[in-house]
Design a protein around this ligand. Structure first.
Ligand SMILES: NC(=O)Nc1ccc2c(c1)=C(Cc1cc(-c3cccc(C(=O)NCCN4CCCCC4)c3)c[nH]1)C(=O)N=2
Length: 304
């Protein structure tokens, strides 16, 4: 098959915007198939010194090529003089976030199902030694059958690889001030873990913190750490200062409480063997009745 170019696609509406990319709905003129094409302006990427992030995203997406479920797929990449193009899966039902907000919150059946699908994705990702580092409801997509797909690996870290994008990795701690200044903060305020804020080493447990925030948000309708300013959100995260509203499901509250723990190594699942998955999280009573091996075959519960 010949190398694709923008001419092979009809570009439609914008379906996603990031600080360094725009995602378009696009149709392949040869197959009529729909894709999401993530477009990055080369000049902007170079000017903002984000080439590492773009390279990292492509590297991680290629590492996920054999994943059958729970992730967007990268079909191909190409470029022209000004831009880079990533041809990705189109998730017809968009981001998880508007489904939570439109609905107010999820009932326990929906929360259990989508938490379990996200957990399966994290097991696969962490099993490959990849930390997402920016997990949030905007980066969990819903496909045409309403199954979850994790996306956006621009902030990801591959364990064992020197990581220019991460000011917390030991091998860069002593680097020059300029390099330290260049290493931009990773993650999105409400879901970032305490260790990423206090500039320590990030680990898979950083994603378990964000996972706890997402479960809380599906039950309560809002993220646990909220405030008018980003600084105040950070203070609340560092003090693990969140409230649980009346009526919050007790078994979900218990699970969230075991994930939103300041010390990464004390979070539920942090000491599970990556090779066999998050057995201690799967075993939590919140997931009673979930068949983790058959999740992708099930019809997702209606969001109600
Ligand atoms: N940062 C990233 O990597 N971003 C990406 C990457 C890949 C990707 C991606 C983002 C996608 C985002 C996306 C956005 C949408 C979308 C945008 C706007 C509207 C809708 C829409 O209305 N869908 C119908 C269902 N809605 C859902 C929300 C509540 C009302 C009903 C979908 C569909 N898919 C996608 O499909 N594939």
């Amino acid at each position: 098959r010949h190398k694709r170019s923008p001419k092979d696609f009809i570009f439609g509406k914008v379906i996603g915007e990031g600080s360094f990319s725009t995602v378009y709905l696009a149709k392949d003129i040869h197959t009529n198939k729909e894709y999401a094409i993530k477009v990055c302006e080369k000049r902007h990427i170079i000017k903002e010194r984000k080439t590492q992030y773009v390279k990292r995203e492509k590297e991680v997406l290629n590492m996920l090529a054999n994943a059958k479920h729970y992730f967007v797929r990268l079909f191909c990449t190409f470029q022209d003089v000004e831009r880079l193009y990533f041809v990705l899966s189109y998730a017809k039902n968009g981001e998880l976030l508007p489904h939570i907000t439109k609905n107010g919150s999820f009932d326990i059946e929906c929360t259990k199902f989508y938490s379990a699908e996200i957990l399966r994705g994290l097991e696969y990702l962490h099993g490959l030694g990849i930390i997402h580092r920016d997990l949030k409801p905007e980066n969990i997509l819903l496909d045409d059958k309403m199954h979850a797909l994790i996306t956006d690996f621009g902030s990801a870290k591959i364990l064992g690889e020197p990581d220019q994008t991460d000011s917390s990795s030991q091998d860069h701690r002593e680097t020059s001030t300029r390099t330290q200044r260049r290493n931009s903060f990773v993650g999105t305020a409400q879901y970032v873990s305490p260790e990423l804020l206090s500039n320590k080493i990030s680990s898979p447990a950083s994603d378990l913190w964000a996972f706890g925030c997402i479960i809380y948000q599906m039950v309560a309708g809002l993220p646990p750490f909220r405030s008018r300013s980003e600084y105040q959100i950070f203070q609340k995260i560092l003090q693990v200062d969140y409230e649980v509203p009346d009526g919050f499901c007790e078994v979900a509250r218990n699970l969230v409480g075991l994930l939103l723990v300041r010390e990464p190594s004390q979070r539920l699942g942090a000491n599970d063997k990556q090779s066999i998955g998050y057995t201690s999280i799967r075993a939590h009573p919140f997931f009673n009745g979930i068949d983790f091996e058959k999740l992708h075959e099930q019809t997702p519960p209606p969001i109600c």
